[in-house]
Design a protein around this ligand. Structure first.
Ligand code: GYE
Length: 338
């Protein structure tokens, strides 16, 4: 991102110069700007119409992400056309077509699944509407179909989760039986969080994934699938690796109802670092959550404005994140933004 902001400063400086030459009353503040203010001093950015095709409202993460995008677009003075796909690909294709028909200036797109969007993305390209991938990537060879992908490194998140477990169980003799709650089938975070986790545990032959099934990133499904895991493997389960916190929270309920202690009898690993996970950790019911930061609305608006101003922007922009354990939960809970 540093490169982008450097480029932006140069652009702002040039714009200030043009203003001065044409004897416009520019403030001449030197074009100072930062990552959070999309309309830095001296920048005359037009009002844009931005179409945002969101995945759904399946998790706390998603709600926070939607708010962050909505606020950033509004704060920058642009107009938002928002569409919630309710986790269905066909809804997203319809939404994208409707944005194209309405001739929006830019499309922000969080694809439910990785494949099957070539045709509609080609239609956007033919209509000369730039598409910005947010949060989830697509698995499409022709990368000219989108401008950039802004999102987290899900493989790395999977690795972080597994590395925590390797350390946590370093003194354990015998098998570590893991059950896995996967995210939405075919989605980038489900595919990558599984891959990263497996990459690390494959070097530890005592670590075994004994059951793995999708819970579609929701609490209700997480609970339902955990109930089934407990029914068949009950006392055998040492660890739950859940691809998001919401499913983990659903599973915690199932474990309690089954009569075991989540966080103790069964270690719980989640991803996202939402408030619900911090509450569960503070109550001693969840052990760790790997952060996946949804608050990238301002970063996305900056990218859109930079691209439309003719700046070169990187094809891949990563969101920065960390990892939190049970002992940090109480202290950090009051300051969590999502
Ligand atoms: O982890 C999950 C949500 O795509 C990163 O989707 C996102 C994931 C997030 O439903 O909670």
């Amino acid at each position: 991102m540093k490169r982008l902001f450097k480029g932006k400063k140069i652009l702002l400086l040039m714009m200030s110069l043009v203003f001065l030459l044409s004897a416009c009353s520019s403030s001449g503040t030197g074009g100072q700007t930062d990552s959070s203010s999309s309309n830095g001093a001296g920048k005359s950015s037009d009002k844009l119409v931005i179409g945002f095709s969101q995945v759904g409202a399946e998790s706390e993460w998603r709600t926070a992400n939607t708010k962050s995008m909505q606020n950033a677009i509004k704060d920058a003075g642009h107009e938002l056309k928002f569409s919630d796909a309710q986790q269905k690909q066909e809804n997203q294709i319809k939404a994208l077509r409707s944005f194209i028909a309405q001739k929006v200036d830019a499309i922000v797109f969080s694809p439910v699944v990785e494949t099957g969007f070539e045709t509609v993305l080609q239609e956007a390209k033919d209509a000369k509407i730039p598409v910005f991938l947010a949060d989830r990537a697509v698995d499409i060879k022709d990368d000219s179909l989108w401008v950039t992908f802004l999102g987290s490194d899900f493989i790395e998140e999977g690795r972080k989760a597994a590395n925590w477990l390797v350390e946590e169980t370093a003194d354990t003799e015998g098998d570590v039986n893991i059950v896995e709650l996967q995210g939405t089938v075919g989605s980038a975070p489900a595919i990558d969080r599984k891959e990263g986790f497996e990459e690390v545990i494959k070097d530890h032959p005592n670590m075994k994934i004994i059951k793995s099934q999708t819970g579609d990133f929701t609490r209700a499904k997480g609970k339902e699938v955990m109930e089934a895991f407990l029914k068949s493997d009950g006392e055998n389960i040492d660890v739950l690796y859940s691809h998001n916190d919401d499913m983990a929270i659903g599973a915690i309920q199932a474990i309690e109802e089954y009569g075991l202690k989540p966080g103790k009898d069964i270690k719980i690993i989640g991803v996202d670092a939402v408030r619900g996970a911090f509450e569960a950790m503070a109550a001693g019911k969840m052990n760790v959550t790997v952060e996946c930061n949804p608050l990238f609305g301002p970063q996305m608006v900056d990218l859109i404005e930079a691209h439309l101003a003719g700046e070169e922007i990187p094809k891949r922009v990563a969101v920065e994140e960390s990892m939190y354990t049970m002992d940090q939960a109480e202290e950090l809970l009051p300051t969590r933004e999502y």
